[in-house]
Design a protein around this ligand. Structure first.
Ligand code: ZN
Length: 288
């Protein structure tokens, strides 16, 4: 309704297809994520006769936007909106991976490859689920330091200097981790993830380094009953999970603010992108 605070999710879902009625909106048969069009196949913006496309139904960097109704998720009026922006995409993706796609069990050991915004969110999900040990992996040392400083990881592994699989095995007494979440999605990181989990463990690929990436895996990992799967947007049902994440934040159990570590005006957007590209910020928000 008019005046409702909303988070605009990248996951639309028609609500009526085979996948949607089974609670898998992220796999909706009628939605194509990257066309830049609305659900009816058209665009709402144009410049002269030329249509203007908007990424993932959002067109984020605008003072006004038209989005599909199912993408606009109403949240609590008490919620601080500037801390929730990440729930539209990256934060929900990381949280959903650890809470929805492959729920982390209390007491387990979790490895997250890539300690950017999505990876930190997966670590937050693991922490929330009661993981006993969280291991962050990255090639940028200050990202590992940040993960540990925020209390989102007990251990940081510098993949540029250390053999990731050996390090994880050492930290787990030779057994391997229970879960791995790979936000990098290269053939190497997928192979590392699969080798770093214990027999019976689970690997979820969250990120894709390129649309046509192929990975080759030793089939013996499958005979050891390891699971290799992936997730689209954290596999969340936006209208169920986003309000839950907000309620957890309001209850003091999920600090969504720690990832949103900077704020910009719209006219400073170029600087925001530069800060992100050069690793000075985790996630920036634009205040309108
Ligand atoms: Zn659908």
């Amino acid at each position: 309704a008019v005046g409702d605070p909303v988070v605009c999710s990248i996951i639309a879902g028609c609500g009526a297809c085979f996948q949607c009625v089974r609670g898998a909106s992220a796999l909706c048969e009628d939605v194509v994520f990257y066309t830049g069009r609305m659900l009816d196949g058209t665009t709402r913006l144009s410049k002269g006769v030329e249509p203007i496309h908007s990424l993932s139904y959002q067109a984020s960097f605008a003072e006004q936007a038209i989005v599909p109704e199912r993408c606009a998720v109403r949240v609590s009026k008490q919620a601080p909106l500037e801390k929730l922006a990440g729930l539209a995409c990256g934060v929900s993706t990381g949280l959903g991976a650890a809470l929805v796609r492959s729920p982390v069990e209390p007491g387990s050991t979790v490895v997250v490859i890539g300690a950017g915004g999505v990876g930190l969110s997966a670590l937050m999900g693991g922490r929330l689920r009661g993981a006993a040990s969280l291991i962050a992996v990255d090639v940028v040392p200050h990202k590992l330091e940040k993960a540990c400083e925020l209390g989102l990881a007990e251990h940081g592994i510098d993949a540029g200097r250390t053999d990731v699989v050996e390090a994880v095995l050492e930290l787990t007494g030779g057994r391997g981790a229970d879960h791995a979440f790979d936000t990098v999605g290269t053939p190497e990181s997928i192979a590392q993830s699969l080798a770093a989990v214990r027999p019976g463990g689970s690997v979820v690929v969250i990120g894709l380094s390129g649309a046509s990436v192929e990975a080759s895996i030793p089939v013996q990992h499958l005979m050891r009953q390891k699971t290799l799967t992936g997730t689209m947007g954290g596999s969340i049902e936006p209208r169920r999970h986003i309000p839950e994440f907000v309620d957890l934040h309001l209850a003091g159990r999920l600090d969504l603010g720690v990832l949103m570590d900077s704020e910009y005006r719209l006219e400073d957007i170029e600087r925001a992108f530069l800060d992100l590209a050069e690793g000075r910020i985790t996630r920036g928000g634009i205040r309108f």
